[in-house]
Structures are given as structure tokens and as C-alpha cells.
Design a protein around this ligand. Structure first.
Ligand code: AMP
Length: 510
């Protein structure tokens, strides 16, 4: 099935009910939304000459056109490539090349990307939404929904996986359907009276979790500021009922102490789904005090979108349970639609309580990395997705993450792969070696710290020069918050840098 049928179905059932809103204002009802989606799809196919299976990238901040583009891409049988809008131009170019996207849709904040069409052979054109070209596309003749098989690609979710440069986790229509159905099974039932607030980036968790809401006819609310602001959320809660939103733990923590939220009437708030990074128990307890039993945690990754385990609202509310504290530090129990195991290095399941790598199998797991058979074979072995995360189950089936076998840093809910930062810093002629790690940070979860070995210890590069290199080559949020100039980096017998030692050094300082 093609996920775009949801929009068409909602238009028949609830033509006049709101489909998309910006803050408190309705942007489109289901009828006009479906009309626009079908026309845009016609425009993509007949004006732009795209064929089923072609990739269309989206680089936009959260705005109504994002959702319209996404569903129009599916309606037309195309594959969406939602790109993190905060990436550096070179990083965006890399994703466009890897996915061989023929079209990129951007907003006016990203219109400088238009010149990429000159640099990238496979890229035909850049469309700025909403401008005249977009309006022309939206005025094309509506086309019927293109048939899609469950195994056809719908969304290429670019992630760095366990190693190296970003790869496109190929999420099929079936994967996203399973993700949506298991939301109903494990998180919440949703009705057309509900709303989903798209506070976090649509290119990531917020966009994925918009889907179960669209499936049930709930309204998608884009914050007018495009981000998360306590005052704005309070306004949204006054205007809309049954509001759910996905947020990184750092956002939840910030909101829990926001005066506008503390004063707000939270009766319109249904659920805050947090995940993507660990949440400290003290922060979670404080958030529960503020929001009440409206928090659910999910553990997932791009390769198995938003769906490995969940800690339900009921688990959060069960404070009388003798192991409540322990459970709140776990990531919950396996989702309905997946099998989750903890395995040793040979892939054999380890007993309850023992630590090993977390592997997942089920219909939500990606079909593979786009055009990367080698990386796919390394990650999906014997039908099991190897997450790169390390954890253990308890007797009741609650999974606790113990470590990340990959060196991923999660700062402010954004994933930062140390290697990308290291490569930017190594461009400096005066840098001999560098290793980047995360340091626990009360505000951001983790902060990026770079250990730098200078070619000449007497004349190390300056922090300004290193910062400048980062600004030139990687997204701003990946830039180290702290540089440490050291004589050598700790290494093992094979010469591999012992990041764990660097992390320990930082935590000893604390
Ligand atoms: P991404 O593919 O960008 O969604 O990142 C996925 C990674 O984020 C996972 O492999 C975990 O390492 C981490 N992660 C996701 N959810 C949680 C969670 N609830 N608690 C701790 N870490 C998480």
C-alpha cells in the first residue's frame, strides 16, 4: 500500500476538518490538503518529468509545505529524502549525491542550495517552496495515487550508522506502516480530535511520528517559530486538544522549567514522546512532576524507525512499583512488532542480565542502506539488525542501554559522529592527530570536546582557526565546545585511540 492513501481517505471522511495548522491557525483542511497533494504529485511527474522510484530531497525548516511535499512525493510514487536542515552545504551535497536525488525542495532559508544543481550531475533542479514554481506545481492536474508495493522505498533516512559517512537507511512503505501501527499498539490510540505538534525536526523523529497521526486524521501543527518555545506550546495547548509531540530529552528538560509551561493549562496535552538519547532520572522525575503521567519513552534508530522498545505512559505512572527508578532508567520493553535480543560477538543470545549488543528483527527494520550492499551486509546479519548499542534485559523484559559500541555523541538531541568533526580538524596543517569525544553536559546531554595533538607543540593551531575549519566544512552544532591541546593520544596495541580513556579523563575532572 502507498502511505498517501491516508490523505485521500481523510479528505473523504473529514473534508472540512483541519489537516495542517501553523500554531493556532488552520493552514489547510483535509479536502484542500488532498487536492494540493494530488496536484503537486501531478506536477512532480508531468512538469518535472519524474518517474516512480526517483528520489526527491527536502531541505526545509518545519513548515506546512514540508508535509505537503512528503505526501505528494509518495502520491506520485517517488522516494522522499528528508535532509537535516542544519547540515552544512557540503554535507547536504553529499546526501544528494548518495541518493542521486533528481530534485531538491528547499525553503527560502536554503535557497542558496539552488546552485547545487550545477555541481551535481544527477540533480536536475532545486524548487523553492513556496514560490512561483511551487505554485505552478501545485496547480498541475491532479493525478491518481501511484501503486506502490510494500517493499518499495518511501523515505531514505540518512544516518551515519556505526561507522563512516552518512548512509541512507531505506525505509519502505511497509516499514513506515508497521511503525505507525505499533505506535497505536504501544504508545497511544489516536483519533481525528487529536493533534501532533511538530516541534522537533520533521526530517527526523517528529516527521516519522506525524505519520500515525495523519493515518487517523489528527491535525499536524507546525509551530509558527519552527522550533520549540514554551510560550508557543502553551498557546497550541489552548487551541488544540489531544496534543502529542516528540522531543529530545534536553528539550523536555528545558520545557519542564519554562515559566510559560509551568503556568499553562496542560489539559490539552496528551503525550510527550521522548527518546533519541538517555534522560537522567532526576530530570525525568522533574518532568513527570510538571507534565504528569503524559510521558512515554521510545528507543529506536533510523534503521528501525522509532521502534525497538518503549517505556509506556503507564510504566511512568506506576511510581509505587518497587523497581520504578530502575525502570525509568531503562528504555522499556520490546515493541509489539519486533523481536529484540541481546547477543554476544558470535550473534548468540546471552542470558537475562548479561550485557551484549542489541539486535532487532521485524517488518519495521529497513530493507538496507541505499545502494550500499556492503554496509547493509555488515549491519543486517542473518536477518537481524545490529544496532551498535549495548544493553541488557532484566527478568521482566525491560531493556537497559549500557553503552554505545559506536562513538556517537548526542548533543541537544542531535547525533554527532566524532569522525566528521575529526576530519574537519585534520584539514589544518598544524594538526598531527585529533580525537573527538562527548562530555556529559547538564544542558545538552553531551558536549563535543576535541583532543588535539599539534605538529609542533610550541606552535599549536589557534582555537579560532579550528573553529573556522569546522564552520567551513560541517554543521555549526557539531563544532567542539572545548579544545584540549595534548602531547599524545592514548592508544592500544594496534594504535587505535582509546576514546574511553579520554572520556574518563573528562569525567575525572568533573
Ligand atoms: P538515530 O538513528 O539518529 O535515531 O539515532 C539512534 C541512536 O540514538 C540509537 O542507536 C541510540 O544509540 C540512541 N538512542 C535512541 N533512543 C534512545 C533512548 N531512548 N535512550 C538512549 N539512547 C537512545
Amino acid at each position: 500500500m502507498n502511505l498517501a492513501v491516508w490523505v485521500e481517505r481523510n479528505a473523504r471522511r473529514w473534508p472540512d476538518r483541519p489537516a495542517i495548522a501553523v500554531g493556532e491557525d488552520v493552514h489547510a483542511d483535509w479536502s484542500s490538503s488532498a487536492t494540493r497533494v494530488a496536484a503537486l504529485a501531478g506536477g512532480f511527474r508531468h512538469q518535472l518529468g519524474l518517474r516512480p522510484g526517483d528520489r526527491v530531497a527536502i531541505v526545509m525548516r518545519n513548515r506546512p509545505e514540508y508535509l505537503e511535499a512528503l505526501f505528494a512525493i509518495w502520491h506520485a510514487g517517488l522516494v522522499a529524502v528528508p535532509v537535516n536542515a542544519r547540515l552544512h552545504r557540503d554535507e547536504v551535497a553529499y546526501v544528494l549525491e548518495q541518493s542521486a536525488a533528481r530534485v531538491v525542495i528547499v525553503d527560502d532559508d536554503h535557497d542558496e542550495l539552488a546552485t547545487l544543481a550545477d555541481d551535481i550531475d544527477t540533480l536536475d533542479t532545486c524548487i523553492v517552496a513556496p514560490d512561483q514554481r511551487w505554485t505552478e506545481l501545485a496547480s498541475a492536474s491532479a493525478m491518481p495515487i501511484t501503486d506502490r508495493r510494500p517493499s518499495d522505498a518511501a523515505w531514505l533516512f540518512f544516518t551515519s550508522g556505526t561507522t563512516g559517512r552518512p548512509k541512507g537507511a531505506t525505509l519502505t512503505h511497509r516499514n513506515l506502516l508497521m511503525m505507525s501501527l505499533s505506535y497505536f499498539a504501544d504508545i497511544d490510540a489516536i483519533t481525528a480530535d487529536d493533534a501532533v505538534l511538530l516541534a522537533a525536526p520533521i526530517s527526523h523523529g517528529a516527521g516519522l511520528y506525524a505519520l500515525p497521526h495523519v493515518a487517523r486524521g489528527a491535525v499536524s501543527v507546525v509551530p509558527a517559530s519552527g522550533g520549540v518555545d514554551g510560550g508557543e506550546i502553551a498557546d497550541v495547548l489552548r487551541r488544540w486538544s489531544g496534543v502529542s509531540f516528540f522531543a529530545a530529552p534536553t528539550m523536555v528538560k528545558r520545557l519542564a522549567s519554562d515559566p510559560a509551561i509551568l503556568d499553562a493549562d496542560l489539559s490539552g496535552l496528551k503525550t510527550i514522546i521522548y527518546g533519541g538519547a538517555p534522560m537522567y532520572l532526576a530530570d525525568l522525575t522533574e518532568a513527570l512532576d510538571v507534565f504528569g503521567p503524559r510521558l512515554a519513552q521510545i528507543y529506536g534508530q533510523g534503521e528501525t524507525p522509532m521502534t525497538i522498545t518503549a517505556l509506556s505512559k503507564a510504566d511512568h505512572a506506576d511510581r509505587a512499583h518497587p523497581r520504578w527508578g530502575e525502570r525509568m532508567q531503562s528504555v522499556g520493553i520490546a515493541r509489539t512488532d519486533v523481536e529484540v535480543r541481546v547477543v554476544d560477538e558470535d550473534g548468540a543470545e546471552v542470558p537475562v542480565g548479561e550485557i551484549g549488543e542489541i539486535v532487532v528483527r521485524g517488518d519495521v527494520v529497513m530493507s538496507g542502506y541505499w545502494e550500499q550492499p556492503g554496509a547493509t551486509a555488515d549491519t543486517i546479519r542473518d536477518g537481524w539488525l545490529h544496532t551498535g548499542d549495548v544493553g541488557s534485559f532484566d527478568d521482566d523484559g525491560f531493556l537497559t542501554l549500557r553503552d554505545r559500541s559506536k562513538d556517537l555523541i548526542i548533543s541537544g538531541g542531535m547525533n554527532i559522529y566524532p569522525r566528521e568533526v575529526e576530519e574537519a580538524l585534520l584539514r589544518h596543517d598544524d594538526v598531527a592527530a585529533v580525537s573527538v569525544v562527548g562530555r556529559p553536559d547538564p544542558e545538552w546531554g553531551e558536549a563535543v570536546v576535541a583532543f588535539v595533538v599539534a605538529v609542533d607543540a610550541e606552535q599549536p593551531p589557534t582555537v579560532e582557526q579550528l573553529d573556522q575549519l569546522c564552520l567551513e566544512h560541517i554543521a555549526r552544532y557539531k563544532r567542539p565546545k572545548d579544545y584540549r591541546f595534548v602531547a599524545t593520544l592514548p592508544t592500544n596495541n594496534y594504535g587505535k585511540v582509546l576514546k574511553r580513556e579520554l572520556r574518563e579523563q573528562l569525567s575525572d575532572e568533573r
